[in-house]
Ligand binder design. Structure first.
Ligand SMILES: Cc1cc2nc3c(=O)[nH]c(=O)nc-3n(C[C@H](O)[C@H](O)[C@H](O)COP(=O)(O)O)c2cc1C
Length: 330
């Protein structure tokens, strides 16, 4: 028996494969199935900032219409929070509570956010409901030409949320940053415990028959993992938090590569949709077979083993690889 356990966000996980936030983590039933098939933790389907704000705005509007209530209304968000319309938010809190009752693996809540508006107070309810950690999917769109604050929004959101909750906070980011290396390092120094690289943007395609924009691919393919692999290798020795790899990880071999590059965990969705939850069993088997072949007894023995070239000067290393292929030098 190999020791596949790893530490992520201060939590001890039985292996590095986490079920990523998706429709597959939106119900207790399917979370139980994922646990049964070996997932070491689940990131719940995201609650959207807009869902929190729309409930809050609804309450403010209702209070304003009712001058009696309004006159008594302390304007603190705590008050609004108490009076938030039940439905969607309670449903989410119940999902956390029920999942915590039914499974032993850690349950990581997820909020998809685009601003530091007054949704952050809700994170205390998530903590109270029993979530083991909170992942913030900060989803700023690089195609937004009006947002001049881009990077600053990330820092402000993190600052607000880490002041509210005690549970570990991680962020899930996209690769579209100015100076990704420097920004990721600075983000890692804010008190977050983990960073998920990368969120996958929905990419449209063009239908040349109709000559119009069509739907891109909902699920990733394995080639997409290479960009993630590159950045895990570049960042793993530079950042102050754990890294979790996401996008394009479909097999046990893909997991091994991410660990060698320095990730502590991976988060998978597309391969679970394509191959079913029992694919995790096969992936774990591949990892164990490889460990047996290479003489490793525990995952910790090889996490980060192949990021050495990147350690000192990633830019110089990449320049050298580039020149080897595209010039006569080297
Ligand atoms: C159908 C579907 C729903 C998803 N929903 C969410 C979500 O609510 N929140 C989130 O952070 N990521 C969401 N994701 C992104 C995944 O968590 C994951 O980061 C991404 O799909 C890349 O991993 P993969 O290549 O294994 O699919 C979703 C992905 C899929 C395919």
């Amino acid at each position: 028996m190999k020791d596949l356990s790893t530490k992520y966000l201060g939590l001890t996980l039985r292996n590095p494969i986490i079920a990523a936030s998706s429709g597959l983590t939106a119900s207790v039933k399917s979370i139980k199935t994922l646990e049964k098939n070996g997932a070491s933790a689940v990131v719940l389907k995201s609650l959207f900032e807009e869902e929190i704000l729309s409930e809050t705005h609804y309450e403010i509007k209702r209070a304003e219409e009712d001058s009696m209530i309004y006159s008594e209304l302390s304007e603190t968000l705590d008050y609004i929070d108490l009076h938030i319309k039940e439905d969607r938010l309670n449903e989410y809190l119940n999902l956390i509570r029920e999942a915590k009752k039914e499974v032993l693996i850690p349950v990581i809540a997820s909020i998809n956010c685009i601003s530091y508006e007054d949704w952050t107070h809700f994170t205390s309810r998530i903590e109270e409901a029993g979530a083991d950690a909170l992942e913030l999917n900060i989803f700023l769109n690089p195609a937004d030409f009006d947002n001049k604050e881009f990077e600053k929004v990330y820092f402000t959101i993190i600052e607000k949320v880490t002041q509210i909750v005690q549970i570990p906070v991680s962020i899930k980011i996209s690769k579209y940053f100015t100076r990704l290396g420097l920004t990721a390092r600075a983000l890692s120094e804010t008190g977050i415990k983990g960073m998920v690289l990368f969120n996958r943007f929905y990419t449209p395609d063009i239908d040349i028959e109709k000559m119009e924009m069509g739907q891109g691919k909902l699920y990733s393919n394995p080639e997409e993992s290479l960009d993630t692999l590159r950045w895990i290798a570049i960042l793993s020795s530079k950042v102050q938090c754990d890294l979790s790899a996401s996008t394009g990880i479909h097999t046990g071999n893909d997991v091994i590569k991410m660990l060698l590059a320095g990730a502590r965990t991976v988060q998978i969705a597309s391969t679970l949709y394509r191959n079913g939850p029992d694919h995790i069993v096969r992936m774990l088997g591949q990892i164990e077979d490889w460990m047996e072949k290479k003489g490793f007894n525990s995952v910790n023995q090889f996490i980060g083993k192949v990021n050495a070239e990147y350690k000192d000067n990633p830019a110089a290393f990449e320049r050298m690889q580039f020149m080897k292929n595209f010039s006569r030098i080297g």
